[in-house]
Ligand binder design. Structure first.
Ligand code: PRX
Length: 567
């Protein structure tokens, strides 16, 4: 029996209070995600049930029951409180996918602070920009990432504590640094969690746009309602499931569905803190008997590339349900997974700002490979004309995806940037910034983004951020950054660069610039290709026309060039 029952029945008379009732939440009550994801599950009689099964890159394993998660998150919460951290202070999690990241997230929420997860591969510039915008009070990290934090600490007077989860005992720590060893810390049996309510801020995730610096997407504790129910109905999480969400909690999938959705549903979830390899992934599924697997198109395409022989080496019969998010899921990938795993990956569509799944394929519903499916019950989504902002009257037209605001997990604002937040709305619709069409059966078909943001392997990269980093290199005069097609990652970053007098293009310079960006920003933002050119196409007013370079890369029509400077 599927959790959702029938999609068609669920969309009739849907009310979010279905989730509220299941969570025993009444409007106006205290609601704290940290408590719901640990204490409540224990109170439901699952204290001894495994909540987190973790495996590191060297094969070392750690296991945490729900009671362990409860005790450890209490302990972290108390530790933060004792440091003087206050409710609504921002506490950054800057770690690999280690247990402290998952449990620390809950601890931060329990004591009422705002969790700010940041991808651990970020370089010092990417890190600084986000910490500075949030004026973050504390950062929880590992010693391997400490050099990046130390490099920028002097620029951050507001940063009071650098908490190191694996500090070497006896080794002196610098000013503001403090050690916290989760395994050895004396466990706090009861913790009076902060009485957060529906609109209390919970998580601050940073996302990249076309222009300007990354934006802090502010979520609240009430997001739990959407995250719980979508996990139950779309991911079809059940009590006996062994769930694997491959996303890193540095990004929204890793928190909404890699922490909140999984733990609030009380399932056992597995985490593999190791780089990608098809062999290792299949071995992991076999070893833990994974039944529900939530992943991303880039990973699926990488598995397709690795071929089918490797699949035959493992027993993957535990897999019951598969889903995907982050980028368009090509029909070939759906058909391939159906053939090799006996089940299709179900595409789900949403974004950092929406906090939970918006449009999706559901277990039991007819799947059209290549389509993102239909809106989640309670979500009113359509496609609107890009100029009139009115929904189309006929099917098949390409326009902007538009969603009626008001679902529980929707962002509440961009941190200190209400103006940009307001620009996301038109004619009463929230616009995620994507284009799609809807067919005559109500299925959405993704077309592309409505801006220049690059989606590489499911991660958004701002061309503006990469261009700014490139300009800091002594040899670079000007730059323009666009997406370039790629089989596995769908898009990768490509930079067009003009050099300052005295510099000449060479393979060495090419590598040096790539590395420069990787260290400053991240491996994702590093251009996979740099093309040195004499001049960049510009409008008469001097604005670089990325559109022309983009069209060239994708073999598309260049379109109107009447404003081009060198016409
Ligand atoms: O462009 C859409 C694409 O990823 C964007 C959201 O990225 P982010 O905020 O980083 O969140 C990613 C994980 C939720 C969207 O605006 N995107 C996401 N899912 C899909 C998708 N594009 C096509 N198909 C999808 N299923």
């Amino acid at each position: 029996m599927l959790n959702i029952g029938s999609y068609d029945e669920r969309i009739k008379n849907f009310d979010w209070n279905i989730a509220e009732k299941e969570l025993d939440y009444h409007p106006g009550d205290i609601i704290n995600i940290g408590w719901y994801c640990s204490d409540r599950i224990c109170l439901m009689g699952k204290a001894d049930k495994p909540g987190l099964l973790w495996e590191g890159s060297t094969g070392v394993e750690k296991r945490y029951t729900y009671n362990d998660i409860r005790l450890n998150s209490n302990t972290i919460a108390q530790f933060l409180l004792d440091l003087g951290i206050k409710p609504e202070d921002r506490v950054c999690l800057f770690m690999d996918k280690i247990p402290e990241l998952y449990i620390g997230f809950l601890g931060i929420l329990k004591m009422g602070a705002i969790a700010q997860p940041l991808f651990s591969a970020f370089g010092d510039d990417s890190l600084f920009i986000r910490l500075d915008n949030a004026q973050t009070t504390a950062i929880i990290t590992q010693k391997k990432h400490l050099p990046k934090v130390r490099k920028i600490i002097d620029k951050m007077p507001y940063m009071k504590h650098i908490i190191i989860v694996d500090a070497d005992p006896g080794k002196p720590l610098a000013n503001r640094e403090v050690a916290f060893d989760m395994a050895k810390a004396e466990k706090i049996e009861t913790f009076d969690f902060h009485p957060t309510t529906a609109e209390s801020p919970s998580v601050l995730h940073y996302t990249s746009g076309t222009t300007g610096q990354p934006k802090g997407v502010k979520h609240v504790h009430y997001s739990l309602i959407s995250q719980y129910l979508t996990s139950k109905w779309v991911l079809d999480l059940r009590d006996d499931d062994i769930y694997w969400c491959t996303a890193d909690p540095g990004w929204v999938t890793g928190t909404s569905y890699g922490i909140i959705g999984a733990f609030s549903n009380g399932v056992t979830q597995c985490v593999l803190d190791a780089g990608f390899s098809a062999d290792n992934w299949y071995r992991f599924i076999e070893k833990y008997r994974i039944s529900m697997w939530y992943s991303a198109p880039t990973a699926i395409r990488s598995l397709m590339k690795a071929g089918e022989e490797v699949i035959k080496k493992y027993d993957l019969s535990s897999l019951r349900h598969l889903a995907s998010v982050g980028e368009p899921l090509n029909p070939e990938a759906v058909i391939w997974s159906e053939r090799v795993f006996g089940k299709p990956f179900l595409d789900t569509y949403w974004q950092t700002e929406t906090g939970s799944i918006m449009i999706s394929n559901y277990p039991g519903m007819k799947i059209k490979p290549g389509s993102m499916g239909k809106p989640f019950p309670g979500i009113t989504a359509t496609v609107i004309h890009p100029e009139t902002f009115e929904p189309f009257n006929e099917s098949g037209k390409i326009g902007l995806i538009a969603i009626k605001p008001g679902w529980p997990a929707m962002m509440r604002t961009y941190w200190k940037n209400e103006e940009t937040y307001q620009k996301k709305f038109q004619n009463g619709w929230y616009l995620p910034g994507d284009r799609s069409s809807i067919d005559n059966e109500g299925y959405f078909w993704f077309v592309g983004r409505d801006d220049d943001v690059i989606n590489t392997g499911g991660h958004l990269v701002s061309p503006f951020e990469v261009e700014s980093a490139l300009l800091e290199h002594p040899a670079v005069a000007e730059s323009a950054v666009v997406a370039k097609p790629d089989f596995v990652n769908m898009e990768v970053v490509k930079a067009f660069v003009t050099l300052k007098p005295g510099f000449t293009a060479s393979k060495d310079l090419d590598l040096e610039i790539m590395n420069f960006v990787r260290k400053k920003l991240s491996p994702l933002a590093m251009p996979q290709e740099i093309e040195f050119i004499d001049s960049l196409p510009k409008t008469r007013s001097g604005k670089i026309m990325r559109r022309i370079l983009h069209a060239k890369e994708w073999g598309e029509e260049i379109g109107d060039t009447s404003t081009l400077e060198n016409d």
